[in-house]
Ligand binder design. Structure first.
Ligand code: UDP
Length: 324
C-alpha cells in the first residue's frame, strides 16, 4: 500500500480526497495544523498535527513515513482577502510551497499533486477556459498559485519532479455520507453562504456586483462537486505514479451559472425564502470563469457527475445534519 502525504487533509477538499484515496487502496497520511481544518474530517486516517511550513515538523513527518507522493491542499483561498492582505498569501501559498518542494527534493520524493486554481487565468479571453488559455491573474491569490505552477515546471526540468497541477473552478457541495462536508469560518463561498442563509444561520444574503458584462449582471462561475474534484486527484495520482510526466488540468463542470441563478436554485432546492441585497463588486472577482474540461475527460477519463441542483442538495443535507 502506497503512503500518500495529504497536506491540509482535514480541510474541505483534502478530506474528501483522503477518503477517496483510501477507497482506491492508498494509505493517506494527513498533515494539518487545524487552523481551518477539522479533526473529525480526518477521523480514521493517520494524522499528524502540525504546519507544513514548520521545517522540523515537516522533516519529522517525511522521515517517519515512506511517501510515494505528496498532495498539497493547505492554502489561503479567499480572493478578496488576498487583495487586502497579499503578504499572507505569498508567504503561505508561495514561499511555503517553495520550502516544501525543497524538502521533497532533499527526500527524493518526486510526485506532487498541487491544488491550483482557475484564478491563475484572470479575465477570460474565451467563453470556456482550456489549459492553454493565457495566464494573467487579477488578484494576489491567483498570482500566488501561478508562481507555484512556474516553480513546479522549473523543478521538473531541473530535478525531475513530476507533478499534476489541478486548477479548481468553484468547489462546492459535500459528501453524501454526511460524515464530512464544507465548514469554513468565516464562510465566504457562495453556495455555502446561501445554504447558511436558507438555514437561518446568516441574516439575509448579499450579491456582490450586479453590473458585470453578463446576461443578468452578476458573475458567472462553474460549480464542481467536491467529490468530483476528489476523484480527479485520485486519477491524476494514478497517472503520475504509472507514467511519470507532469500534467495540468482545468477541473470544472464546463457549465456556467450566474450568482443570481444560484440564489434562485438554492431557494428552490431548500424550499426556504430569504432576503437578498445587492452591494458593489467584491475586489478581485473576474466576471466569468467556466472551464473547458475536455483534457481532463480525455487524459484522465474524468467526468463531473453532479449538476448544480444536486450540488446544492448535498450542501443542504450537510448543513441540516452537520458534524462540525
Ligand atoms: N458572492 C456573492 N455573495 C457572497 C459570496 C460570494 O455575491 O456572499 C459571489 C462572488 O462575488 C463571486 C461568486 O459569488 O462572484 C463566487 O464567489 P466565491 O467566493 O464562492 O468563489 P470564487 O469564485 O471567489 O473562488
Amino acid at each position: 500500500m502506497e503512503n500518500i502525504l495529504v497536506i491540509g487533509g482535514a480541510g474541505y477538499i483534502g478530506s474528501h480526497t483522503a477518503r477517496q484515496l483510501a477507497a482506491a487502496g492508498y494509505r493517506p497520511v494527513i498533515l494539518d495544523n487545524l487552523s481551518k481544518g477539522h479533526r473529525q474530517a480526518a477521523a480514521g486516517f493517520d494524522f499528524e498535527l502540525g504546519d507544513f511550513t514548520d521545517k522540523a515538523c515537516l522533516e519529522r513527518v517525511l522521515q517517519k513515513y515512506n511517501f510515494a507522493a505528496v498532495m498539497h491542499f493547505a492554502a489561503c483561498t479567499e480572493v478578496d482577502r488576498s487583495v487586502k492582505d497579499p503578504a499572507v498569501f505569498y508567504q503561505n501559498n508561495t514561499a511555503g510551497v517553495l520550502a516544501l518542494l525543497n524538502a521533497l527534493t532533499a527526500h527524493t520524493i518526486k510526485r506532487f499533486v498541487f491544488s491550483s486554481s482557475a484564478a491563475i487565468f484572470g479575465e477570460p479571453k474565451t467563453d470556456l477556459i482550456n489549459e492553454n488559455h493565457p495566464k494573467s491573474p487579477i488578484n494576489p491569490y491567483g498570482h500566488s498559485k501561478l508562481m507555484v505552477e512556474q516553480m513546479l515546471s522549473d523543478f521538473d526540468t531541473a530535478y525531475g519532479l513530476k507533478y499534476a497541477a489541478l486548477r479548481y473552478f468553484n468547489a462546492s457541495g459535500s459528501d453524501e455520507s454526511g460524515e464530512i462536508g464544507e465548514s469554513h469560518s468565516p464562510e465566504t463561498h457562495l453556495i455555502a453562504r446561501l445554504i447558511q442563509t436558507a438555514a437561518g444561520k446568516q441574516k439575509g444574503f448579499t450579491i456582490f456586483g450586479t453590473d458585470y458584462p453578463t446576461s443578468d449582471g452578476t458573475c458567472i462561475r462553474d460549480f464542481v462537486h467536491v467529490n468530483d474534484l476528489a476523484r480527479a486527484h485520485v486519477l491524476a495520482l494514478g497517472k503520475l505514479l504509472n507514467e511519470p510526466a507532469s500534467l495540468c488540468f482545468n477541473l470544472g463542470s464546463g457549465t456556467g451559472h450566474s450568482v443570481a441563478e444560484v440564489v434562485e436554485t438554492v431557494k428552490k432546492v431548500t424550499g426556504r425564502n430569504f432576503d437578498v441585497q445587492t452591494a458593489p463588486r467584491r475586489a478581485g472577482d473576474p466576471a466569468r470563469l467556466v472551464a473547458d474540461n475536455t483534457k481532463a475527460r480525455k487524459v484522465l477519463g474524468w467526468q463531473p457527475t453532479y449538476d448544480l441542483t444536486r450540488i446544492i442538495q448535498t450542501a443542504w443535507q450537510w448543513e441540516t445534519h452537520r458534524k462540525y
